[in-house]
Design a protein around this ligand. Sequence first.
Ligand SMILES: NC(=O)c1ccc[n+]([C@@H]2O[C@H](COP(=O)([O-])OP(=O)(O)OC[C@H]3O[C@@H](n4cnc5c(N)ncnc54)[C@H](OP(=O)(O)O)[C@@H]3O)[C@@H](O)[C@H]2O)c1
Length: 271
Amino acid sequence: MEAGDTAGKRQPSLGKAACILTGASRGFGRSLALLLAPRLEAGSVLILVARSQGALAELEAELQCSFPGLKVNSVPADLSTEDGLQLVRRVVQDKLPGVADLEWLLIINNAGSVGDISKSFVDFTSPAEVNSYLAFNVTSALCLTSSILNAFPEHPGLCKTVVNISSLCALKPFKSWTLYCIGKASRDIMFQVLALEKPDVRVVNYAPGPLDTEMQQLARTKSGDPEVRQQFLNMKYSEQLLDCNVSAQKLVNLLLEDTFSSGAHIDFYEI
Ligand SMILES: NC(=O)c1ccc[n+]([C@@H]2O[C@H](COP(=O)([O-])OP(=O)(O)OC[C@H]3O[C@@H](n4cnc5c(N)ncnc54)[C@H](OP(=O)(O)O)[C@@H]3O)[C@@H](O)[C@H]2O)c1
């Protein structure tokens, strides 16, 4: 049974792909890695990025065992630093351009953080704090995506898709969520520019809905604004949070169908 087959039955495939997924150690990214792997043909390469070496190694072992035809590389790197970014670039340059008959290049910018959500707008007086947040949540996504696209010259048989994991916060303000809203709105518009400049690259801003992850736990315990904190608590206790697998599966289906308009912001609840 080849990678891409489940119980002997072939699933729709993304072909021979090189896929770079950030924030793969837990939460949505981990679910996405596990759901993407069966859709990649033998010989595909999957590069998993996050800081937690142990969690990445565990995921790499699990994927390698279930899909021996895949080449899985985990890269423990802190994307908020220049060194971390350089490390990922080096791995991409070493591992990917050599993939023979590559059909699909898939870059998924999933890693993200909420910043200090205990503060309100007027508490942000330190440029260093704001710049550090943006370095990880905006700059690294821009520079990593650009470096990877540059590493792959255009050729007719190669599809390129860039995914930005977005949020409702890209479109709507939430009290206490200044940094996160800035980051998500910036990323959405940034990837819309990419879609305009590069018609050969398919770009999607996917808002995965409220997910039952560590990020949500921070939202309901650390949000400075009491109403916002209560809204997050209500979502948890009225069971409105989504299982990461359910949302990740929607994204995989979106990629397989490939009918979205490039640059679109697509929300879990819209599809
Ligand atoms: N949870 C939600 O309700 C929700 C809603 C809408 C959108 N989103 C978006 O969905 C994405 C995934 O969210 P999630 O809930 O799965 O978050 P999460 O559980 O907090 O996971 C975040 C991921 O990013 C990685 N990461 C954090 N800082 C990093 C750094 N400096 N360098 C490299 N990797 C780093 C983390 O790994 P390490 O700690 O190992 O580095 C982890 O794998 C995010 O972009 C988030 O904004 C989430």
